[in-house]
Write a protein that binds this ligand. Sequence first.
Ligand code: SF4
Length: 290
Amino acid sequence: MADPKKARPGNAPGDFFVDRTCIDCDTCRWVARGLFTEAGGGSVVSRQPRTPDERRLAFLALRACPTASIGCGGDKSALKDADFPLEIEPNLYYLGYASPQSFGAASYLLVRPGGGVMVDSPRFHEPLAKAMEALGTVSWMVLTHRDDVADHARWVERLGCKRVLHRDDVEADTRDVEVQPTGSEPFALAPGLALIPVPGHTRGHCVLHADHRYLFTGDHLEFDEEAATLRAFRDFCWYDWGRQTESMRRLLALDFEWVLPGHGRRVHADRARMKAWLEDCVEWMGRGGR
Ligand code: SF4
């Protein structure tokens, strides 16, 4: 639980606060836009919620926070109405409950005929598992890369799904992952559902392309609101920027309307705009990404 005695300096006065355990993962700043901001290497409450909808968003951020760094010293009755999975659009859900092991990475659930897909792992939370079950069978847990695996083993034990992680990103903790594709070719999980290897951020990073609509991008690609276009994380490329640039170029052959990253901002746009943004990103990466 967040401790008001350890509140970070700069929180706007009122019920909600962020304490000094914050790891600056950014989650609250996009879950509850306008209510949290970055200050001095962490988040603070920039403005207290004014409406029931805003209060619900603040409670969603509280639940999503990987380190329980957000507290509320006032009325908590709205907390029961603020929970995950959070519907983004029909059949697409953000799972919240970020894990400190993945530095607060976002994870998603895509409900599909024949079985849903979980993308990356939130921290394990039994009520979330129950809520996911209520949405239908989960057949797959796709792990985009080695960093965002969090509580993967507990989720698989609980939901009975199969994990997928490219062999080049398998480590001791993930050696029992059920499906370990190799090489650089797309790997089909089901009709309309393919894992696409995109080495760069890590050697075995993959994105998940689903139904010609969704691209779950892990730490490979995000929407940069300041640049107003798609971007890769130049300062967080652990393997090879040149390979990542090549991987990005390969994505130009895909059609999609959503980019759903682990870190950074997700975005929805029509396919033509998405293609133009991706072309801009590839060109920017070719210039060194600065
Ligand atoms: S979600 Fe939690 S850890 Fe992440 S920036 Fe906000 S307060 Fe800090």
